[in-house]
Design a binder for this molecule. Structure first.
Ligand code: ADE
Length: 233
């Protein structure tokens, strides 16, 4: 059982996490997803979660206190927890990280908004022995907040867990799966289904041949070609 916790000021934004593949994984008891409202931790009448930046500048920064209180509450009886702080300034998320997260026990996503979370939050938990802190970006663009980024990471991670996918074989050959022992990351070959001709476009003949050796060779070549192409764009 992999436990996901998320802290956000827009908990409703995270509702899609309970649908489809992830919803089924929750029903099967393979994962749990717990969504927490940061504003529940505020103590003032306005439920404020942000303030102006020290040193000046545009925008607002999220105050450390509500974050600390929320994280403490969620982690009070956790002996191994990965705190994932979503930020465009973080390390770029990839399939290798998804695979790492799929082997952990509890992942806690801090979904910041505005100009991000006071930097001391990450610093504080990095100093605690039961925490591993990761600052992660899902790509070189700026989102309105970390919620969508957290959903991307959770979807990529959860589908790697045994039992989550209906057909686990589909993990083996897909894009970015780790092929062989060489850890060469290849994107997937193109796929086709019926009909054999659609709008005048034919399925490559080798795929209709029934020759498994030739099909495997063709697919490997296609995957390599597509991977090379990606590098050139
Ligand atoms: N928050 C804002 N932009 C982000 C990004 N690209 N990745 C993760 N979190 C973010």
């Amino acid at each position: 059982m992999l436990r996901f916790d998320l802290i956000s000021i827009f908990p409703e934004y995270l509702a899609p996490l309970k649908l489809s593949l992830l919803g089924k994984a929750i029903e099967k008891g393979l994962i749990s997803i717990n969504i927490h409202d940061l504003r529940d931790q505020t103590k003032d009448v306005h439920h404020s979660v942000d303030d102006t930046p020290y040193g000046g500048g545009a925008g607002m920064v999220m105050s450390p206190a509500p974050w600390g209180d929320a994280i403490d509450q969620i982690s009070s009886d956790s002996d191994q927890i990965d705190l994932i702080i979503l930020t465009p300034a973080g390390k770029k998320f990839d399939q290798k990280m998804a695979s790492y997260f799929a082997h952990r026990r509890q992942l806690l996503f801090a979904c910041g908004r505005y100009e991000g979370i006071d930097a001391r939050v990450g610093q504080y938990y990095a100093g605690k022995s039961n925490f591993k802190v990761h600052e992660i970006s899902i790509g070189d663009y700026v989102l309105g907040g970390g919620e969508v980024a957290a959903m991307v990471i959770i979807e990529a991670t959860a589908r790697l867990l045994p039992g989550v996918l209906g057909n686990p074989e589909s993990l083996k050959e897909e894009s970015h799966s780790i092929i062989g022992s060489s850890e060469d990351l290849l994107v997937e070959y193109p796929n086709f289904t019926k009909p054999a001709v659609w709008r005048g476009l034919e399925v490559p003949e080798v795929l209709l041949s029934g020759n498994h050796g030739a099909i495997a060779k063709w697919r490997k070549e296609q995957a390599e070609r597509r991977t090379d192409q990606l590098g050139k764009e």
